[in-house]
Design a protein around this ligand. Structure first.
Ligand code: ACM
Length: 663
C-alpha cells in the first residue's frame, strides 16, 4: 500500500481527492466512462440515493460532455446500501463506505444512504479525461469519518444570504463530506425567518430580507437530501437588537430599538428577570422548532454584555431575590430556563462556550470559539463539544493555518479517551460582516475543503503541500457544483474597471490577498449599507499564483543554477509586475475605485524589479550591492502589513529570494 498521499493521488485521481480517504489501494486498469454509463442504486430503495445518483449523472454529463443514453454493455457504478437508514441524517450514523473501481465497473457499498452519497462523491473525484476518453482509475477505497460533526456555519443575519446562496453552498458541502449546516438566523442586524406567531420579528427586524417558512422547509429538505443536518441558531439573550426593534418589551432597558447597522457587540440584551420573556420564547420555540427536524437547537449565548443588567434596578432586585452571584450566573439562569423550554419542544441545547456553567445539564453541547481550552474543559466536565476556534473563515487566514488545528489537539490531547469521545468534531464559521452574497463563496471555498479534510480524514493526514495541491484542484471542481468562489472574481474586477479592459487590475489582484475582520474594522468604519465592491472584497484569501511563485523561489533559493524552469517562470512574473504599473495608472485614470490602488501598483512594480535583480545575483552567485539588502529588509517589513485593506502577497517570493541572496 502506498502511504505517500501525493503519490497515491497521482496514481488514482483525475484531479482532486479531498478529503483524503482512510485507505486507498490503487488497482490495475481503468473504467471507461462512455455514453452507456449509469449509476444504479441496488439493494434497498432510497429516494435520497436515487436523487443523489441523478445529480451525479447530471454533473458528470456536464463535466464530460457525454450525453448518457443508457447504452447496453457499458460499465456502471452500482450503489448498494445495507439499510434504508433514517429519512433525516442523524448525529453519529454510520457514514462509512467502500468503493471498488475495476475495468468492468464500480461498486459503492455503505450501511446508510449518507455513506452511499459519500461514495458517489468520491467516485466523481476519480473521473477525468485520459487516453481514449473519460475514465476512472481502478482502486479499492475504504473510508469513514474521523468526526461525526463536520459543520459549516453561515451567518445570514449580518448580511442577507439568499436561498440560492445557501443551496449552492450545501452542494459544495456535500462534495467534501461536510454534514452539518449551522445556520445563524438572527443577529443585531437582522432577524431572518418569517414568524406567523410574532410577525413583527420579520416585519420590523429584517428590512424585508427573510426566509419564508416554506423556504426554510425547502432548504432543510435540500440539505437532508444531501446527507446534511441543519442546526438553526437564534442567538439569545445578546445579539438581539433586531428582535428588540420588533418587540422592545423583551429588552432589559425600555425604549425603542432599530435594526443594527454597524458591526461590533451591542449592549441591548433580553430581560432575564421578566416572566414574559420566557413566555415569548416558549411561543417562539413552539413555532420555530416545528420547522427544523434536527434534535439540536443553537441558542447562541455569545458575547452577552451585562451593562444593562448591572444598571437596571429591577434586574438587580431580581438578582438579589434569586441570589445570583454575577452576570455569568444570570446568563446561566436564563439558559436553564431556555433549556427546559427547548426540552419541552424536543430539542437539545447547543451554545457558544459562554453557556458552559455547572448548572446546565450534561446533555447540552458546547461550541468553543474563544479558544480550544474551553472545549477540553467542557469535555472534562462531561459535556459534549465541537471546536470552532481556529476555523474562523472570516479572518481570511491561510488554509494551512486552519488545517493545523485539530479538534483533538492542544489541551484536548491530554484528555482521557472517554473525555475525547465527547468531542464531536468541528465547524468552520463564516461570519458575514465583510461579505455579501457575491463574495461569500470566495471566503468559504476552497479553504473549507481543507477544514473538511481535517474533520474527515485520519489525524496523520497532515502534509501541507499535498493539501494545497489537492485543495487547488478541488477548488476548480467545486465550481461545477454551483458555488461561485472563482466565477465572481473577474466580473468584480471588470465592474471596478468601469467597463475598460481590466487586465492591469487583474495582474494586481492576483498578487494580493484579502484581509480578515480585524484589519478591515481598523481600516475604516463599515456599516451594513456599504457595498462590498472594492479590491479588498474581490481579492482572494490566498493567491494561487503567488503560492506557485513561492514554491519556485524556494527551488531557486536551494539551487540557483539548477532551477532554470523555476527561474524563467519567476522572471516572467516579475517582469509582468514591473511593466504593469504604467498600464495600471493609465487604466485607473480618475476612477475612485482604482485611484486608491495606485500606491499598491507601484509597490508591486518595485517588487517585480527587486525580484529580477535578486534572480540575477543568485544566478551569478554574486554578493548583493550595498544598500539593497537594508532597503529591501525595510520594504518587506512595511509590506508585511495591510495596505488598502489587502496584503501584498507578492512580497513573499521576493523575501525567499532575498534571504537566499544574503547568504
Ligand atoms: C462568536 O464569534 N461571537 C461566536
Amino acid at each position: 500500500m502506498i502511504r505517500n498521499v501525493g503519490l497515491l493521488v497521482a496514481a488514482v485521481c483525475a484531479h482532486a481527492m479531498m478529503p483524503m480517504p482512510v485507505r486507498v489501494a490503487p488497482g490495475t486498469g481503468r473504467m471507461a466512462i462512455d455514453n452507456g454509463f449509469q449509476i444504479v442504486v441496488s439493494g434497498v430503495s432510497d429516494a435520497r440515493l436515487e436523487a443523489a445518483a441523478a445529480r451525479a449523472m447530471a454533473r458528470l454529463s456536464r463535466q464530460t460532455g457525454i450525453p448518457f443514453l443508457g447504452a447496453k454493455g457499458s460499465a456502471a457504478l452500482r450503489v448498494e446500501c445495507a439499510a434504508k437508514g433514517s429519512e433525516y441524517p442523524t448525529l453519529g450514523e454510520d457514514e462509512s463506505y467502500t468503493l471498488d473501481v475495476t475495468a468492468n465497473g464500480a461498486v459503492v457499498k455503505a450501511a446508510t444512504a449518507s455513506g452511499g452519497m459519500h461514495g458517489i462523491e468520491t467516485f466523481l473525484q476519480l473521473v477525468g479525461p485520459g487516453a481514449g476518453g473519460f475514465q476512472a482509475a481502478a482502486v479499492h477505497i475504504e473510508d469513514r469519518p474521523r468526526f461525526a460533526w463536520r459543520g459549516l456555519m453561515l451567518d445570514s443575519g449580518r448580511h442577507w444570504m439568499p436561498v440560492a446562496v445557501v443551496k449552492r453552498n450545501l452542494d459544495a458541502m456535500a462534495a467534501v463530506k461536510l454534514n452539518v449546516f449551522h445556520w445563524h438566523l438572527s443577529e443585531d442586524q437582522g432577524f431572518r425567518v418569517e414568524s406567523k406567531r410574532y410577525p413583527k420579528l420579520h416585519e420590523l427586524g429584517s428590512d424585508g430580507l427573510y426566509y419564508t417558512q416554506a423556504e426554510v422547509r425547502e432548504i432543510v429538505a435540500y440539505a437532508r437530501d444531501r446527507g446534511i443536518r441543519v442546526v438553526p441558531e437564534f442567538d439569545i439573550p445578546g445579539h438581539t437588537q433586531s428582535w428588540l426593534a420588533a418587540y422592545p418589551e423583551l429588552a432589559t432597558n425600555p425604549g425603542t430599538y432599530q435594526i443594527g447597522r454597524t458591526w461590533g457587540v451591542y449592549e441591548p440584551v433580553m430581560d432575564p428577570s421578566k416572566e414574559w420573556t420566557y413566555e415569548f420564547l416558549d411561543g417562539f420555540f413552539a413555532e420555530m422548532t416545528a420547522l427544523f427536524p434536527d434534535p439540536y437547537w443553537h441558542i447562541g449565548g455569545d458575547e452577552v454584555r451585562d451593562t444593562q443588567w448591572r444598571a437596571s434596578a429591577h434586574v438587580q432586585a431580581w438578582v438579589k431575590e434569586h441570589n445570583l452571584k454575577d452576570s455569568h450566573a444570570i446568563q446561566a439562569y436564563f439558559n436553564q430556563r431556555v433549556q427546559k423550554l427547548l426540552q419541552k419542544h424536543g430539542k437539545i441545547l447547543i451554545g457558544w462556550d459562554e453557556v458552559l456553567h455547572p448548572d446546565l445539564p450534561q446533555d447540552i453541547v458546547v461550541q468553543s470559539w474563544r479558544g480550544a481550552k474551553s472545549l477540553a474543559e467542557a469535555a472534562s466536565k462531561g459535556y459534549r463539544g465541537i471546536l470552532s476556534s481556529g476555523y474562523y473563515l472570516d479572518h481570511l487566514e491561510p488554509a494551512r493555518q486552519h488545517y493545523a488545528v485539530d479538534p483533538l489537539g492542544g489541551d484536548a490531547a491530554k484528555l482521557t479517551p472517554e473525555q475525547q469521545a465527547r468531542i464531536l468534531g468541528g465547524e468552520a464559521c463564516m461570519w458575514s460582516e465583510y461579505v455579501t452574497s457575491e463574495t461569500v463563496d470566495s471566503r468559504i471555498w476552497p479553504r473549507a475543503a481543507a477544514i473538511a479534510e481535517r474533520y474527515w480524514s485520519p489525524a496523520d493526514v497532515t502534509d501541507v503541500n499535498s493539501m494545497y495541491d489537492r485543495m487547488e484542484a478541488v477548488s476548480r471542481v467545486l465550481e461545477w457544483t454551483g458555488v461561485q468562489h472563482r466565477a465572481n472574481y473577474q466580473p468584480m474586477l471588470d465592474r471596478m474597471a468601469g467597463g475598460r479592459p481590466a487586465e492591469p487590475l487583474r495582474v494586481l489582484a492576483d498578487a494580493v490577498e484579502g484581509v480578515g475582520l480585524g484589519p478591515r474594522a481598523r481600516a475604516q468604519r463599515y456599516t451594513s449599507l456599504v457595498p462590498m465592491n472594492r479590491l479588498p472584497d474581490a481579492a482572494r484569501p490566498e493567491s494561487e499564483s503567488v503560492r506557485a511563485m513561492e514554491l519556485a523561489a524556494a527551488k531557486v533559493a536551494a539551487d540557483p543554477k539548477g532551477s532554470a524552469a523555476e527561474s524563467a517562470m519567476l522572471r516572467r512574473a516579475f517582469a509582468k509586475w514591473s511593466e504593469n504599473d504604467a498600464r495600471f495608472v493609465e487604466m485607473a485614470g480618475e476612477n475612485p475605485l482604482l485611484v486608491e490602488l495606485k500606491p499598491l501598483s507601484k509597490d508591486l512594480a518595485a517588487l517585480g524589479n527587486a525580484g529580477l535583480v535578486l534572480l540575477d545575483y543568485l544566478e551569478k552567485g554574486a554578493a548583493l550591492p550595498a544598500g539593497f539588502t537594508g532597503n529591501w529588509d525595510q520594504e518587506l517589513r512595511r509590506l508585511a502589513r495591510p495596505e488598502v485593506e489587502v496584503m501584498v502577497a507578492g512580497a513573499r517570493p521576493v523575501k525567499v529570494l532575498l534571504e537566499a541572496a544574503k547568504k
